[in-house]
Design a protein. Sequence first.
Length: 64
Amino acid sequence: MDSQIEPSRSRTPVARKAVAGLVLVVAAVLAVKLVIGLVTWLFGTIVVIAVVAAVLWAIKTLVW
């Protein structure tokens, strides 16, 4: 028979769950920001390529 007294768990599980939830929320926010940044960068790159193509087409049309 074990004669040791088990330590009481006062609020450790609740605190750990709260911290885990906070970490999950922060990770989700960072992931969303990363995806939005990636989409913004991709859209900006496409717009720059379209503008360059339009300028080259306009110059070609006017000169030749």
